[in-house]
Write a protein that binds this ligand. Structure first.
Ligand code: GRF
Length: 204
């Protein structure tokens, strides 16, 4: 990687398919970023295996290993800070970070969520979208703030809900669009820079 490549730290809790899409994209120097570390809140997940396979350093910071949630948040903040990231990416990271983390990274911490926010925040975006009966579902990339899936939006992509969809099929259709969006917009952010004003995110 060139020394001018932006430094990404990616946080995961699961299969890490979004992480893999970023790892694949960063193989091209023209993408402008490298994944310098992958962090997780749990062991034994495919996301960590993907990082190891790519030769990327990993760390695990478990809530249960810390006396309080604030202590965990401070430990996570220190772990991430040690890698001097330009951008931190939550890619299926199933923890809400706290005040310390947001103080350190709040203007450069993005999360990808599998619904068209502000509809269907939380853990079950595709399930909630199906239950509501929407005809368009999708994914949202946003800067994380202190709320649950409430931060300034970077990008959104819509996918149709098909009549015979179940949660698994809709989730997979969303994830395909979500991965492409994540790769495209993380690249744009690191190559062109960004500003955030009154919730409006401007790239470049
Ligand atoms: C993504 O769809 C994300 O929106 C949701 O969890 C999924 C993570 O998938 N919160 P993966 O671990 O990147 O495969």
């Amino acid at each position: 990687m060139t020394s001018s490549a932006a430094r990404l730290v990616v946080l995961v809790s699961g299969s890490g398919s979004n992480l893999q899409a970023l790892l694949d994209a960063t193989a091209d120097p023209a993408y402008g970023a490298e994944v310098v570390a992958v962090g997780a809140d749990r062991d034994g997940i495919a996301g960590l295996e993907r990082a190891v396979a790519a030769g990327v350093p990993t760390f695990v910071t478990r809530v249960g290993d810390h006396p309080t949630r604030a202590d965990w948040d401070a430990a996570l903040t220190a772990q991430v800070a040690a890698y001097r990231p330009d951008l931190v990416v939550s890619a299926g990271f199933l923890k809400l970070v706290g005040a310390r983390f947001l103080d350190a990274f709040g203007d450069r911490y993005v999360n990808t969520h599998n619904s068209l926010l502000p509809a269907f925040p939380g853990m079950n975006g595709p399930r909630d979208a199906l239950a509501y009966g929407v005809k368009l579902a999708g994914a949202t990339l946003f800067f994380v703030d202190a709320g649950v899936d409430t931060g300034p939006i970077v990008a959104q992509v819509a996918v149709p809900v098909e009549p015979d969809d179940d949660e698994a099929s809709l989730t997979e259709r969303i994830k395909q669009a979500e991965r492409a969006q994540l790769v495209e917009y993380v690249g744009r952010l690191v190559r062109h820079g960004w500003s955030i004003s009154h919730r409006k995110v401007t790239i470049g």
